[in-house]
Design a protein around this ligand. Structure first.
Ligand code: FAD
Ligand code: SIN
Length: 554
């Protein structure tokens, strides 16, 4: 496939070489969520290397902080008649034929010690009579999810950030925006060009770079994701020549609060795990009509069932009814949801919650091996920005925090072992394409916010829960048009670079969705409503040459 001309651009920012400052570290971690911090802590636990962790906003701000349901791991197999093998089976079943079974096995197995490590760092998970309380979510055959009420991510992020900030070898920089990965003449990653809070650009040079920038949920109008998840890491890896895979698989969460003026606040799947029931506008419970597991069917099934029900009842929402649960349980298990809903005048102990699906998790991403290494030398990717093969075509709830922990540690371990043998950073080179006057050479007035909203709306309506070829083509043409005038522009703010990244990442999702002519897992096309044997493959996209987009099965 031929790439849009605008994709020929390698670096988004140009600058005056004599004015730029340089900073050196051993290992640079881009992102301070569960994956990035796990990597950083692993590095300093084994070596005396210096680690620099950067985040584009406040350090805690990312999907990790907002995670609700919990983290899945078979910590007490006997008490719950569970086994790591059952966790493996459930994950593979959910993945609809596309899981990498070795990766599933290693995440489920190593996940146990990774979560134990989290406990030893001081993470507080809910207990009952002194024992850890495990809950269930859709697709899990056993109760194996550790949680901190309905704010698990906040507790994990607090624990990891505290631990990282207590380490002398780790330096953290917030409000530091990674614009591009800098690669040398043989294509190896040497560092990152970053925008610092005071508005100046800085080269951050490192022996190894670990990308942990999270997903791209913010590409969609309706999303559970925080502001920072705009696909920057995927877009910058693509520009740097990394293979990107499985981008068509975007997971939608069935239940987000749907009240005018409310952010699309997630209502955790654990609420259904504890007995919450979905009812339609007429008060009818409907999930049994769609799947034998009813409320605990896989998320894609529940999301599509809700869409169908909304159509049939001519309503723009359904309801999640928790009123049959013990009110004390609600107070104890879902205090944050109770508080947020009360703020909108809904007492969830007495009233059903208006909900509808939203974009939630980016299954695809930068292709990595079992150590988180990408195909760009010295570059690793961990957490939601990466595609490890764990989730296949559909992610099991509470498996992504686990993946971030396990792959963060794995990448940290391998990157640090290899960095120990590397020479000290020498005086940096600067790729010639970046050495330009910093002043804009071409500018047209662009309302960034307007274009961002248009893009989010386009993806929601045409590249959403239910897709078809005609709609996808329309979306592709539209994004190509936007790319043609936005990508060549020379900007100097994170907001503008973010929009360029959002357009690039959207195009990769669209290319994947158009090419995969079948329905599988979270990718549902009503023009090809069934899975196809021919598509029993991972699909990767690479910026092969300046004019070609190489799309191939892996
Ligand atoms: P994040 O935690 O998203 O962190 C991304 C980091 O990258 C941030 O520090 C950000 O500042 C930085 N960054 C991004 N771009 C740049 C840039 N250009 N320059 C510099 N820094 C950058 N999963 C579960 O397993 N269990 C759950 O219960 C659960 N609940 C969820 C609830 C919600 C509301 C959401 C949104 C997700 C939930 N998930 C859950 C998914 C899970 O939270 C995420 O997949 C996971 O936290 C991602 O972690 P991460 O470290 O990869 O990225
Ligand atoms: C939830 O709490 O429902 C989200 C869990 C997840 O996405 O893993």
């Amino acid at each position: 496939m031929t790439v849009p001309d605008s994709f020929q651009r390698r670096y988004l920012a140009k600058f005056n070489k004599s004015r730029i400052s340089h900073r050196f570290t051993d290992i640079l971690v881009v992102g301070s969520g569960i994956a990035g911090l796990s990597a950083a802590l692993e590095i300093v636990s084994k070596t005396s290397l210096e680690v620099l962790v950067i985040a584009k906003s406040a350090l805690h701000e990312g999907s990790t902080h907002y995670a609700q349901g919990g983290v899945a791991a078979v910590l007490e197999p006997d008490r719950h008649r569970d086994h790591v093998d059952f966790h493996v089976e459930d994950t593979i079943d959910a993945a609809c034929g596309l899981a990498d079974e070795n990766v599933v096995q290693l995440v489920a197995t190593e996940g146990v010690s990774a979560v134990e490590e989290l406990l030893s760092l001081g993470a507080q998970f809910d207990r009952q009579d002194g024992e850890i309380h495990f809950t269930r979510e859709g697709g899990h055959s056993k109760a194996r999810i550790l949680h901190s009420a309905d704010s698990t991510g906040r507790e994990i992020e607090r624990t990891l950030l505290d631990a990282a900030q207590n380490e002398n070898q780790i330096t953290t920089l917030e409000n530091t925006y990674a614009i591009d990965l800098v690669t040398d003449s043989v294509g190896a990653c040497r560092g990152v060009l970053a925008h610092r809070p005071q508005g100046f650009l800085q080269m951050l040079w490192a022996k190894k770079v670990i990308l942990a920038t999270g997903g791209a949920g913010r590409l969609y109008r309706e999303t559970t994701n925080p502001q920072v998840t705009t696909g920057d890491g995927i877009a910058m890896s693509f520009r740097a020549g990394a293979t990107i895979q499985n981008m068509e698989f975007v997971q939608f969460h069935p239940t987000t609060l749907y009240v005018a003026g409310a952010d699309r606040f997630l209502i955790t799947e654990a609420a259904r795990g504890e007995g919450g029931q979905l009812i339609d506008n007429d008060g009818v419970a409907f999930m049994k009509d769609y799947h034998p597991e009813a409320e605990l069917a896989p998320r894609d099934v529940v999301s599509r069932a809700i869409l169908d029900r909304m159509k049939k009842t001519e309503s723009n929402r359904v309801y999640l009814d928790l009123t049959q649960l013990d009110p004390d349980l609600i107070v104890r298990r879902f205090p944050r949801i109770l508080e947020i809903c009360l703020g909108f005048g809904i007492d969830i102990r007495r009233q059903a919650i208006p909900v509808r699906p939203s974009a939630h998790y980016t299954i695809g991403g930068v292709k990595v091996d079992a150590h988180g290494a990408t195909d760009v030398p010295h570059l690793y990717a961990v957490g939601e920005v990466s595609s490890t093969g764990l989730h296949g075509a559909n992610r099991l709830g509470s498996n992504s925090l686990l993946e971030g922990l396990v792959f963060g540690r794995r990448a940290g371990r391998q990157a640090s072992e290899l960095a120990l043998d590397m020479p000290e950073n020498s005086l940096p080179f600067v790729p010639s394409e970046m050495e330009q006057p910093s002043r804009s050479t071409q500018q047209i007035p662009i309302d960034l916010r307007d274009l961002e909203r248009s893009l989010q709306s386009l993806l929601w309506h045409r590249v959403g829960i239910e897709r078809n070829g005609a709609e996808l083509e329309i979306a592709k043409n539209q994004i190509e048009a936007w790319l043609s005038y936005v990508l060549p522009l020379q900007f100097n703010t994170p907001e503008a670079w973010t929009l360029q990244n959002m357009l690039t990442t959207s195009y990769l999702i669209l290319t994947g969705a158009l090419t995969r002519k079948e329905s599988r897992g979270v990718h549902f096309r009503n023009d090809f409503p069934n899975p196809s044997e021919d598509w029993n493959i991972q699909q990767s996209i690479k910026r092969a040459t300046n004019t070609n987009l190489e799309i191939k099965p892996n």
